[in-house]
Design a protein around this ligand. Structure first.
Ligand code: URA
Length: 262
């Protein structure tokens, strides 16, 4: 037995010398096929951040995210929470408050403004500054009011956060907040919309040009909609109050005509 092993080992050595082996590097033989179990499976490569790997971060589709979040909201409270948690609009970073709405949900009239200003940002309610005071007077002139249980109005804005220095909202900002606005309108379920200002027309009608659009009933979000001058514009250009008054009367006439018809 012993001698068989000896001859076998000698044959192996001869064979290795034939292959060109000139030195032994270990005293004891090493079985290279005997790999420790821990080394067998390649370890999962830890994911380095994209920046470290010099790759562009995966691009988020902010509009698709907004659509998904808005659709999932089944109530106005859920919609407010969804907007509060939405992180893709840069305006949020510079704003003090989310300005969601004011007035009475379920009102026959829903008014859509543009974006909060300084006062609205501080208070977290739309139209509380000078333009808001004029708006309340305008609505009061046709017996409507945001706090009137008998003839309420529900008020919101296209943008829930104040743009820095009251700059115009960017097209991409409008696009990403539009799914929330449409869901807001669907959940508040008004009978008619009043769209004040150019940027609200841009969001809901896809066009601007309030001087041309105002006073003509159209359709937005599947509802009858009346574009009107923005009260902030009327504060600067009082000569257009006549047109604003004509539009308010048109709104009142429509509400009278359809009262009880729904
Ligand atoms: N202008 C708007 O369009 N909305 C507000 O809430 C305030 C001013």
């Amino acid at each position: 037995m012993e001698s068989t092993h000896f001859h076998h080992d000698l044959a192996l050595l001869d064979w290795q010398i034939e292959l060109g082996v000139t030195e032994a590097i270990c005293d004891a033989p090493v079985n290279r096929y005997d790999v420790p179990a821990a080394l067998e499976k390649p370890k999962a490569v830890a994911q380095a951040p994209a920046a470290v790997m010099n790759m562009a971060p995966a691009k988020v589709d902010a509009v698709a995210e907004a659509e998904r979040a808005a659709k999932a909201a089944g109530t106005l409270d859920e919609l407010r929470a969804a907007m509060t948690g939405y992180e893709h609009c840069d305006l949020k970073k510079g704003a003090r408050n989310l300005v969601f709405s004011d007035g009475i949900p379920g009102a026959r009239v829903m008014l859509v403004g543009e974006a909060p200003g300084r006062d609205e940002d501080l208070e977290g309610r739309p139209f509380v500054g000078r333009a808001g005071q004029l708006l309340d007077k305008m609505l009061g002139a046709i017996d409507l009011g945001r706090d009137r249980q008998d003839a309420p109005v529900y008020i919101t804005n296209v943008m829930p956060w104040r743009p820095p220095q009251n700059r115009d909202p960017k097209p991409e900002e409008i696009a990403m907040m539009k799914p929330f606005l449409l869901r807001h309108i669907a959940l508040a379920a008004p009978e008619v919309l009043v769209i004040v200002g150019n940027w609200s027309c841009q969001a809901l009608l896809g066009k601007r040009g309030i001087t041309r659009l105002r006073g003509t009933w159209t359709e937005a979000a599947g509802l009858p909609a009346l574009p009107m001058f923005h009260p902030a514009y009327l504060l600067r250009s009082a000569e257009f109050k006549r047109e604003a008054w004509a539009d308010l009367q048109s709104l009142q006439a429509r509400l009278r005509k359809t009262k009880g018809a729904a």
